[in-house]
Design a protein around this ligand. Structure first.
Ligand code: HEM
Length: 398
């Protein structure tokens, strides 16, 4: 088998999975927008103008000429880029129409009301870690189940089906799977979600999918509802799971910073913001130019693809004037970052993700105040070649 291709916009330094590769910093210093090759099973490998500076990222992501490259074609095989309902495939008024139907479920107030449910889930998972004892793998017992259970309860998806949909989410986000595998994988996801949607059409449940069917069922096709369900199921667990594992790993490597999260409740919100900036789990934001345009004074031709490196942009914030952004400093959170994107497509679930992190991280370190790695640090494996960065194994003891 060929060695999987790395995503150059998310390349990591040799020996440290949290540090951007030198090449990314070189691109950032360059006055030009470098063109690089991006692996993709659906578009084949494509060339893209690469945005690595923070100001450029904000300008690009709020420019309506840079669009999601989606054209829905019912005759063509269904892929992630040819799927109705997925907000990341829409532009302009079509995007606003769909997004408006979902925003109510993700407001600060609505997310706040989920706190007791999230606290209960976190506490149960901590019990499971305790029962497993020394050597417990936090990826399996803590970071993956928490956001998965939360999104299952929120959407009304049976948790018992998790092994299948977690596997399909990972295949869907892997830039190294073949186009055929991607098409087959999405067909399975659609089939699964279609059954759930059909049951909500018959009798809308008391959950997010049920309420979308109740309130907007007449305006949405079954295809759109399936796409909405799949998008929320994938987006709702994979990135947050990655953040929980990555944050825990980083804090175990930096015990003084871990102590802040464990012992200073008032510092937790800021610490989570700094961890979000530093880990940047969703690595790439791809777009396509609908017209000749420029970013800074750099020209981008109509039809050209553009990709924003979240990892690089988050190390180039205005704060770089005052502090070293390659250092993790949980007492010094950034005012802004692009971990949740920017502009019209900015993450719909960001308040939910923040709430999960703000509850789960201090709870973990308070339940196990002496938490530490149960293996040499070098044995922790990372997923650096997919669209979402990840930690594969995190055995701990206390
Ligand atoms: C730490 C966790 C998360 C991270 C880092 C993250 C990151 C992102 C990013 C970067 C985007 C924008 C992509 C782009 O512009 O190309 C996005 C969009 C989105 N996210 Fe998240 N996300 C997280 C958690 C969640 C959760 C928990 C949910 C839902 C339950 C969610 C739902 C969505 C949706 C629906 C969109 C599409 C919004 C649109 O196109 O209008 N995300 N997310």
């Amino acid at each position: 088998m060929n060695e999987p291709k790395p995503l150059p916009i998310a390349a990591r330094a040799e020996g440290c999975p949290f540090t951007p590769a030198d090449e990314l910093y070189e691109m950032q210093r360059s006055e030009e927008l470098p063109r690089i090759m991006v692996p993709s099973p659906l578009l084949d490998e494509f060339e893209a103008a690469t945005i690595t500076r923070y100001e450029d990222a904000k300008n690009a992501l709020s420019d309506t000429r840079l669009r999601m490259g989606f054209v829905f074609d019912p005759e063509a095989p269904r892929t992630m880029l040819n799927q109705p309902g997925n907000l990341l495939n829409y532009n302009g008024a079509d995007h606003s129409r769909l997004r408006r139907m979902l925003t109510g479920a993700f407001t600060v107030k609505r997310v706040r009301s989920l706190r007791p449910m999230i606290e209960r889930i976190v506490s149960d998972r901590l019990d499971a870690v305790e029962q497993a004892g020394a050597g417990a793998d936090l990826v399996q017992l803590f970071s993956t189940p928490i956001p998965t259970l939360v999104i299952c309860e929120l959407l009304g998806v049976p948790y018992a089906d998790r092994a299948d949909f977690q596997h399909r989410a990972q295949v869907g986000l892997d830039v190294n799977t073949s186009r055929e595998t991607q098409i087959r994988n999405l067909a399975e996801m659609d089939e699964y979600m279609a059954t759930l949607i059909a049951s909500h059409r018959e009798s809308p449940g008391d959950n997010l999918l049920g309420s979308v069917v109740r309130e907007h069922g007449d305006e949405l096709t079954d295809d759109e509802l399936v796409g909405i369900g799949n998008m929320l199921l994938i987006a709702g667990h994979e990135t947050t799971a990655s953040m929980l594992s990555a944050s825990t790993t980083l804090l175990l490597r930096n015990p003084d910073q871990l102590a802040v999260v464990r012992d200073e409740p008032d510092a937790v919100d800021g610490a989570v913001e700094e961890l979000l900036r530093y880990c940047s789990p969703a690595t790439a934001m791809p777009r396509q130019a609908a017209a000749d345009m420029s970013v800074r004074d750099q020209e981008i031709g109509e039809g050209e693809r553009v990709v924003v490196s979240v990892l690089a942009a988050n190390r180039d914030l205005p704060e770089a004037e005052e502090r070293d952004l390659d250092e993790l400093d949980v007492r010094n959170p950034p005012k802004h970052h692009v971990t949740f994107g920017y502009g019209a497509h900015q993450c719909l679930g960001q308040q939910l993700a923040r709430m999960e992190l703000r509850i789960a991280l201090p709870a973990l370190f308070n339940r196990f105040p002496t938490l530490r790695f149960a293996c040499p640090e070098e044995d922790i494996e990372y997923r650096t070649k997919a669209l979402v960065f990840g930690v594969r194994n995190l055995p701990v003891t206390w």
